[in-house]
Structure formats: C-alpha cells, structure tokens
Write a protein that binds this ligand. Structure first.
Ligand SMILES: Cc1ncc(COP(=O)(O)O)c(C=O)c1O
Length: 416
C-alpha cells in the first residue's frame, strides 16, 4: 500500500506512519495487519473524547437517520442554532455572543479575520513567530513557520505582520515580544490600520508554548488602546485539553473572537467562530458560511462531545493526566540529558529536546524517541519551529492502565 500511496498521492501530503488504519476505539488504533497502537496523536488533537465515543456515535447515527445535508444557509436546522447557543454560553467572552459554524480550523481562522476586518474597516493582521493557523492562503500567511508550510506557495496576502512569541528557553522575554509589537507600529504598520491580533493561548504546532499571562494582558491592553480585535485561536487548545474547557480561561483577559475546531466535532469536521455579537454581526448577510459549514452530522457529534466533556469531567481528567505525565517526564531527565524542558498546561504537554552542551534544538533526539515509541506501539507527534519537541495529545478518555503502560513505553524510548 505504501508504494501505491507514493504512486497516487502527492508527496506534499506528507504521511508520518508507514502502516494504514483499519479501526479504532477510544485510545487504541489497529492497523490493517491487526497490529495494535496506543494513539497519543488523536488525529492531531481531534479526539479529546477518544475514537468513536459511544455517545458521539449514537448522536451521529440518530442524525444519519434524519438528514445529512441541507446547506444551513438554504434550509436551517435547530442543531446548528442550539450548538451556537451552547458555545455562546461557554466561551470565555462576556456576551452577548454569537457563533458561526464552519468546517476546518483554517476556515475558522479565515472567517475570524474577515469578521474583524468587516467590523474595524481595517486591513492589517498581526500574528506571531511559531504560530500555526492553517494551510489556506491566509492561514499560511498568518503561520509563523516557513518550512514546510510556506515554501513555494507565495506571494502571500498583504498586510500580514509577525512579531516574536515569548519563549523563555530560547531567550525571548514577554517584554521583548511586546516591545517588538510597539516597534512594528513604528516601522511597518500604523496601529490604526490593524484589524486584528491573532494568538494561540498555547502555541500548538509551534511547540506547545503557553503564552505568559503578562503577555496576554499586554496584548489585550494594546488591542484596547488601538481598537484592534483580539482573536484567540483555540483550534488546538480547546475542549478540555489544557485542563479547562478553553485555554483562555487560564488568563484573566478575554479575547473578542475565538476560533475552535478539532475536538469540537469528536472526529467529524467542524469549526466555529464565536465572539462579541456586535463584531460577529459586521459582515453582510451571505458574507459568511459555506456549502458544508455546520454539517448536521458534525453538529450532532459536537452536542454529544460537549455533554461527554461535562459528564465525564474531562477537564479535571486532563489536569490529572497532564500532571502525571509531567512528573513522569521530569523523572526521566537525569537519564535523558537531551530532554531540555518539560512544560504545558493540563494535558497539552511538551517535551523539548536540545543539545545539553550548546542548548541548540535537537530534532534528531525528538524523532529518535518518536520512532522508538512507534516501534513499541505508541503513536507520538513532534512539533516546534525546529521540530525538536514531542507533544502529547492522548484522548482524555484513555483508561488509566493504558496510560500507565504508555508511560512505561515512553520511559524505554527516552532511555534507549
Ligand atoms: C491553532 C491552529 N489553528 C488552525 C489550525 C488549522 O486547522 P485545520 O487543519 O483544521 O485547517 C490548526 C491545525 O493544526 C491549529 O493548530
């Protein structure tokens, strides 16, 4: 099958594993040869409620028996409206709020920028180094990592600016990041022409870097001073991953708009933009939407996902599992000198690998650990601007015994 993949699909759709999925249940995946894997990638942060959660499956099956598509903008349905209402009530933005549904994370990001531009009548958008906001033209322009996301794909939309994201391990302080924004306003763009600042409260692809609280407060102050819309991109951080429903709840500031996707749909493609009603209402009727936006099956799944997160107390579970993982990783540091830092909020945990002598990022060490773990049946993902970070994205519903067994595999992979 690998040969046929190489023949029929382009190399640009890069693939990590050389085996092919057959079926999956909660935190376990089986390949077509019947081999079993513990899935700490969870479809890149999509399965906080696990593969095929029975409640999610039931909700999809019930919807499947009614209708699968009408195009919400043509014939609306109640599930979309009640999901919008639920999201309006739970996002950490003081209402009244409104929500529009889409299909992918990149689409949510694109639409949040459209909404901010329509509201402010301005064009500029500021994002951060190391950020990831998707692979569409605007999403990749906002993304702060060149290889592989931008190589060969320019020119990019204009009026996009980047400032450094704070990173204590690599010597960028909050003060320097905020100062860089002020410099940007002096050298590149008039703040009165900036529609939005978009920020991940914990950078995902960029290395599971939590934003420092004073940085987030600084961004809010800059946005307030200049009438800029603050967009929190919670596509990867949302729905319990960080130990709270949304990562912004770790901060004492509120965004104006929030993007969500991934675990919202429990395995179905669904994304959302929620935010202050007066901002959300800026685009003209017909300016937002999409043929598949807010697909009925995905909407039904999302309702079940929200129920499961609340009923199974998955935020608390994320905090407990994350603490166990961090303690476990810290205990391995003596045996693995390349393990430079263990960090994260809740279950959004990262292990960063650097050369112990020079402090230089060590992507080779990260991929060695990843490969050893995979050989032993544990699927891990890497991330980071230098590819030297392992991120942990297990389903929050993982049975305790399976989690403990995975940590034992990790110990072996780190020590070998
Ligand atoms: C923070 C963030 N924003 C946007 C995206 C893009 O989402 P999608 O791949 O669904 O378009 C991602 C995907 O990893 C992400 O992590």
């Amino acid at each position: 099958m690998n040969q046929s993949r190489a023949q029929h699909t382009p190399r640009g759709v890069g693939v990590m594993c050389d085996f092919h999925a057959d079926r999956a249940e909660n935190a376990t995946l089986w390949d077509v040869e019947g081999r079993q894997f513990t899935d700490f990638a969870a479809g890149i942060a999509v399965l906080n409620t696990g593969h095929r959660h029975p409640r999610v499956m039931e909700a999809i099956a019930a919807q499947l028996g009614r209708f699968t598509h009408t195009a919400y903008q043509v014939v609306p349905y109640a599930g979309y409206i009640t999901l919008a209402q639920r999201l309006n009530e739970i996002v950490p933005i003081k209402g009244p709020n409104k929500t529009a549904l889409f299909t992918t994370g990149a689409e949510a990001v694109e639409n949040a920028v459209k909404i901010a531009r329509a509201y402010t009548g301005r064009a500029g958008v500021i994002a951060f180094s190391g950020a990831f906001h998707g692979r569409t033209l605007l999403g990749m322009a906002l993304t702060g990592k060149v290889t592989p996301y931008k190589v060969g794909f320019g020119p990019f939309p204009s009026d996009i600016y980047h400032a450094p994201f704070p990173n204590a391990l690599h010597g960028v302080s909050t003060a320097q990041s905020l100062q860089a924004l002020e410099s940007l306003f002096k050298t590149d763009v008039d703040p009165n022409r900036v529609a939005a600042i978009i920020v991940e409260p914990v950078q995902g692809e960029g290395g599971f870097q939590p934003a420092p609280a004073d940085f987030m407060r600084g961004l809010r102050a800059i946005c307030d001073r200049h009438g800029i819309v603050l967009i929190a991109d919670e596509v990867q951080t949302g729905f319990g991953r960080t130990g709270k429903l949304f990562a912004m709840q770790h901060f004492d500031v509120q965004p104006d708009l929030m993007t969500m996707a991934k675990s919202l749909g429990g395995g179905m493609p669904l994304s959302a933009v929620s935010g202050r009603a007066e901002i959300m209402d800026a685009p003209l009727p017909g300016g937002l939407g999409g043929t598949y936006a807010g697909n009925p099956l995905a909407v039904a799944a999302a309702h079940a996902v929200l129920d499961v997160i609340a009923e199974e107390q998955l935020c608390d579970r994320a905090a407990a599992l994350g603490q166990q993982l961090k303690t476990h990783l810290e205990a391995q540091r003596a045996k693995c000198p390349a393990l430079a830092e263990v960090r994260g909020l809740g279950s959004m945990v990262a292990a960063e690998f650097c050369d112990p002598a020079t402090g230089a990022p060590n992507a080779e060490a990260a991929s060695r650990v990843q490969k050893r773990a995979l050989d032993a049946g544990l699927v891990l993902l890497t991330c980071g601007t230098y590819g030297n970070v392992i991120r942990f994205l297990y389903p929050l519903t993982i049975p305790q015994a399976q989690f403990d067994a995975a940590l034992a595999v990790l110990t072996q992979a780190l020590a070998a």
